[in-house]
Design a protein around this ligand. Sequence first.
Ligand code: ADP
Ligand code: MG
Length: 630
Amino acid sequence: MTDIIKLLPDHVANQIAAGEVVQRPASVVKELLENAVDAGATHIKLLIKNAGKTLVQVIDDGKGMSDTDARLSFERHATSKISTADDLFSLHTKGFRGEALASIAAIAHVELKTRTEDEEVGTRIEIEGSRLKTQEITATLKGTSIAVKNLFFNIPARRNFLKSDAVELRHIIDEFHRVALAHESVSFMMYNNDGELFNLPESNKRQRIVNIFGGKTNEKLVPVLEDTEIVNIHGFIVKPEFAKKTKGEQFFFVNDRFIKHAYLNHAVTSAFDGLLPDRARASYFLYMDVDPKTIDINIHPTKTEVKFEDEHAVYTLMRAAVKHSLGQFNIAPVLDFERDTNFDTPYSYKNKEAESPRVEVDQNFNPFKTENKVSSSNFTGSHFHKNESTGWEQAFEGLDTKRSIRKSGFSHLQVEVDQETETIFEEHESRGNSGKGMDQSRGGATYQLHNKYLVSTIKSGMLVIDQHRAHQRILYEELLKNITVKESVSQQLLFPLRLDFNASEIAIFAQLKESLENTGFVIDLTEEHMVGISGIPSSIQESEVSIVLEQLLDDVQHEVPDAGFSQTDVLAKSMAKSMAVRPGESLNEASRDHLLNTLFACKEPNLSPFNKKTFITITVDELDRKFSAH
Ligand code: ADP
Ligand code: MG
């Protein structure tokens, strides 16, 4: 048999290697930013066009390259950062594999401009798909600019595999954050399609975190500081009360390199043990300085995984360091886990300034005015015009928050009220407004009692509605309908959410995917351990998504098999439960009316999906009896 083995040509080998180094535009961003940091730059600018699909450019004021180095930098295994294998154990640079530029040049159009301090003129090089197109002298500033255009131009399959601009931009921003958080003494700017996204001046670590994540972050941070023989740990944890249900901000750095480390994440999480609200995740920015000899960063081509020599010791020290600062800053004792979370401020109010209720008193109001006079101005026929009254109702103006109940989508539904509920409104219907829905059939306004019950008058007396149960019923029927009829409205997210779950949870999502999508979710399960969400039902807020999904997993996992309920039913019940307004939430007038009307437009308004009463009535007779006893 003839010999069949041959060496691959360089450009093919480079293209294969590129597959490992460059998965998406964000990988290019990471490599170029790290090279700029390694070159000792103090100012680094990142320019992005079309989420990096058209352009990724990094401009730095670092040490630049000579003419020869500029050409060599695109060769595989060409690096200035190590020269012997031993150097791997005393690394102080981000790069060392000498693969990034070669890989990038194999799958894109690259333009390099660079000049060293002591050179008068610089070098300009153009490379396309590993082929050198131009090398010439050019006038350029000290430092290096590398523009990477048309990524994957010669690998259409890879190009087509790229996600939407929003997703790719999110990845780019993540990489930008990781490098910027590790190098606070370097100033970073980022522009997307010519708009400035980040402008991070040289600062300290705390300030850098705040500049990236916003002014409110400052008060959430608790410092961590622990110096030991094995590792120096410093940085910040986020106070438990600000923990997020979604992944939150979790950053580990080793010798200024961002790393992912499930084992150390466990150390931090367990230090928070008992302090985090149910299923919430800790957020942290933790920097470890270790002797480069005691780590191996060579185990992953993108170098986000690191192996510690004594992993167990680092685990223990990390856990102790976090526990120490939680204790030192008196975070542990303040929390009270027995409290009823139902009485917590609803999420959407947490960040609002408390507003003192506005009390308006009508100076001219005289309760002893003759009834005649009042009636002539405020009564027309049998209708009492609430808006014109100057009485007590107005004193409560301003107590109403502007919360508007989430769209229930029911307003267009035909009213199908069963016998029992129909009779409640009989009298008013006979006033001549019959058949037009419930709002005309009730007498007066709807009031809210203790942010928990809605109270309204009816023919026989008064109606008291449990707002939480009633809303559950409304949402439940709406969800059931959407899942079967498939006509729900979805709101697209600007930045898709990425929530991580374990394999068995992902399997449940795979099963529920179609039903969930019928409710308005747009779900992507292609990434391992990750649920990507780019669209959500119009009736929920983005901040609630992870809570709704986690509740759903819980319910599906704990649903007794063969309990006679379909999966659709479990899903609708679970979502209704977590999406419904809670006791303690204040509803404005429009929301109260809407809730009441849509409840009685339900097929089964009397009971919540969990078979609990949604409302009770108190008759005038009952009231009479109460009064006559005294
Ligand atoms: P590595 O970073 O692993 O050495 P790269 O392919 O990323 O490999 O870069 C190859 C070489 O090109 C680097 O070792 C460095 O000498 C040079 N280089 C790359 N980017 C820059 C830059 N922005 N400024 C100066 N030199 C650079
Ligand atoms: Mg590099």
